[in-house]
Design a protein around this ligand. Sequence first.
Ligand SMILES: NC(=O)c1ccc[n+]([C@@H]2O[C@H](COP(=O)([O-])OP(=O)(O)OC[C@H]3O[C@@H](n4cnc5c(N)ncnc54)[C@H](O)[C@@H]3O)[C@@H](O)[C@H]2O)c1
Length: 340
Amino acid sequence: MTIFITGAAGFIGANLAKRVLTDEPGAHVVGLDNLNDYYDVRLKQARLAELEAFENFTFIRGDLADKRLISDLFARYRPQIVVNLAAQAGVRYSITNPDVYIESNIIGFYNILEACRQHPVEHLVYASSSSVYGSNSKVPYATEDKVDNPVSLYAATKKSNELLAHAYAKLYDIPCTGLRFFTVYGPAGRPDMAYFSFTNKLRAGETIQIFNYGNCKRDFTYIDDIVEGVLRVMRRPPERKTGTDGLPVPPYALYNIGNSQPENLLDFVRILSEELVRAGVLPEDYDFAAHQKLVPMQPGDVPVTYADTAPLERDFGFRPHTPLREGLRRFAQWYHDFYM
Ligand SMILES: NC(=O)c1ccc[n+]([C@@H]2O[C@H](COP(=O)([O-])OP(=O)(O)OC[C@H]3O[C@@H](n4cnc5c(N)ncnc54)[C@H](O)[C@@H]3O)[C@@H](O)[C@H]2O)c1
């Protein structure tokens, strides 16, 4: 079994690859990543170093937007399962750097779809995002909800991925599953995300900005829960069926993977602060009140994210469950060991 994981040096990709290599020694994992410098490349290299200790791991440094490369890799490795996690992430960065979102998230994903058409696979799993829900007011967010009003280019590219995947599933009978991840966090995570950037700032004695005056709620989802969800999903592609018109019914599915327990931003900051002190990242007498500022909402932001995970539970017998404090404790401990 060959599993092709794009974004393999990224936060979710590296954790998924490690789990597959550990649990399934017979599997060959081919990982692709362009190691871009959107955030500290040393983190990507550290994640890769762990993967390179496994014999069954092959790493290719390359770009998803390079159609020839992607096609050649599919021809050479003939993967049965493809997990597309490479993308330009981040909502705010898409306001200042739109080009890279079109290249990686639209052209890159199109290249994956084309490669799956030319070299049939058993299952294509790809990352979507809770950001497709935009500022929908109905919660929890369910995959049947209307998501036609993205509030950032990033969200628009993720919604486009879902549409493109559906068309390819229908036209070429490619089993595809899209996963809408909700704010993923954990050790060796992404420095552009709040829990990590707040930690860097507090440690440097800078002030953190809490958006929408703290009136935001996020469904924080621990990395191990995301990996468990992806693993279960990737092993079971949607069934290929023929409709009454004699044409294939698209083998296409879409799930939320989120903690289903939105946390208020101010509670999140309090728990993070307590865990940073506990892990020795910050001193016990740290003056948190002096280092935080409540500010208005930013363009592209949404006030709440909250996942309905009933379909995931129904079809795969699983829902994320790691409590925020436990996940932040593991992050704080990792941060201490990695940086201090
Ligand atoms: N972390 C989250 O909270 C979250 C939430 C929703 C969706 N997602 C999605 O999940 C996926 C993985 O996210 P992550 O948090 O691991 O992000 P990440 O940035 O850590 O990982 C993405 C990896 O893809 C690589 N990459 C980017 N563009 C590339 C390209 N054109 N060619 C090859 N490699 C490229 C990057 O170098 C990076 O290592 C992304 O698609 C992201 O949009 C993440």
